[in-house]
Design a protein around this ligand. Structure first.
Ligand code: NAD
Ligand code: UDP
Length: 315
């Protein structure tokens, strides 16, 4: 039975990835310091003999005995609201955390996969974004800590591949949504949904003309799984190319919740990218992958799960 380490395994994406690995016959160690994660995301896995949870900050040396075939490095605060609150931990987990995970993969001859991000493209001047675009990132905005940490992580991953021959993969993840997002993590869907479900107006930053392209979590995880098994060392975008404005997205959420509440407009945060859309030609050609779940269906599933979480919190 192959064995994997998933850092950030108690987070939104990490917990879905743990399930995918278990379904495919892997043994899984989820490692997380719970800085933005939630043990409820993996509570249903805890009793399984092929699953183990370890509480640890991966910016510190990682001790893990036994065989190891894959290291999936997903640990990092991922919402702008989160990483603005813990900017130094964000830089550390992107830098030292990635270094520790790569060191572990090298020592144990395991394949390594880095969860990178569309934020490496910054506020993009090329649209849609192809993997060959080098980005337009500011080191100085509050987003800089996250963007630059991930850029460093990509460079370090390539160095371990070239210098040490570690088998590495890099996925550039575009905005992904679904069950288990933390309702107060500040990202746009949980924020809109939490407000709509509790009878408050939605709050759009700026005039809502900025765009994003939202991918349902199951589609993303399938893409990552295929990338891990492929031979591609250079980064691959995984995301849904269906691009909409944030104002249109707010209207979709209102419809999905059945809310008639008004939309309020606030200030656009510093460094907020104006456009974002993945070019997924590479994933299509190389992995035979493309997203399958449309926004209406995905929102239905996500909002259903948010309703359940909210009722748990209330009761
Ligand atoms: P999340 O906050 O739900 O999960 C991140 C997990 O990492 C949390 O459980 C957190 O406690 C853990 N963590 C953070 N620092 C740690 C540390 N030093 N040691 C151990 N654990 C630590 O966020 P997510 O959306 O699941 O994001 C997971 C990964 O995917 C991140 O690396 C993020 O950058 C990347 N990503 C996500 C998206 C998205 O749309 N969800 C987009 C681009 C990239
Ligand atoms: N946003 C918003 N209202 C909110 C939360 C976010 O209008 O309550 C906007 C945010 O400014 C950005 C977009 O929605 O333009 C997506 O934000 P998110 O934090 O989800 O991700 P990112 O900006 O990293 O793509």
């Amino acid at each position: 039975m192959p064995r994997a380490l998933v850092t950030g395994g108690a987070g939104f994406l990490g917990s879905h990835l743990c399930e995918k690995l278990l379904e495919n016959g892997w043994e899984v160690v989820a490692m997380d310091n719970l800085i933005t994660g939630d043990l409820r995301n993996i509570a249903h896995l805890m009793e399984r003999p092929d699953f183990e949870f370890r509480r640890h900050d991966v910016s510190q040396y990682i001790h893990l005995s036994g065989p190891l075939d894959g290291v999936f490095h997903f640990a990092s605060p991922a919402s702008p609201v989160d990483y603005i609150q813990v900017p130094i931990q964000t830089m550390k987990v992107g830098a030292q955390g990635t270094h520790n995970c790569l060191g572990l993969a090298l020592a144990r001859n395991a394949r390594f996969l880095l969860a990178s991000t569309s934020e490496v493209y910054g506020d993009p001047l090329e649209h849609p974004q192809k993997e060959t675009y080098n980005g337009n990132v500011s080191t100085l905005t509050t987003r800089g800590v996250y963007d630059e940490a991930k850029r460093y992580a990509e460079a370090l991953t390539m160095a371990y591949h070239r210098h040490h021959g570690v088998e590495t993969r890099i996925v550039r993840i575009f905005n992904t949504y679904g069950p288990r997002m933390r309702l107060d993590d500040g990202r746009v869907l949980p924020d809109f949904a939490r407000r709509a479900l509790s009878g408050q107006p939605l709050r759009v930053h700026g005039d809502g003309s900025q765009t994003r392209s939202f991918c349902y979590v199951d589609d993303l995880i399938e893409g990552i799984w295929r990338l891990f098994q492929s031979d591609e060392v250079l980064p691959v975008n995984i995301g849904n190319p269906h691009e909409i404005t944030i104002l249109e997205f707010a209207e979709h959420v209102q419809r999905a919740v059945g809310s008639e509440l008004p939309i309020e407009f606030g200030e656009l945060p510093e460094g907020d990218p104006k456009k974002r859309q993945p070019d997924i030609t590479k994933a299509r050609t190389l992995l035979g992958w493309e997203p399958k779940v449309g926004l209406e269906e995905g929102l239905k599933r996500a909002i259903e799960s948010f309703r359940e979480r909210l009722s748990e919190t209330v009761s």
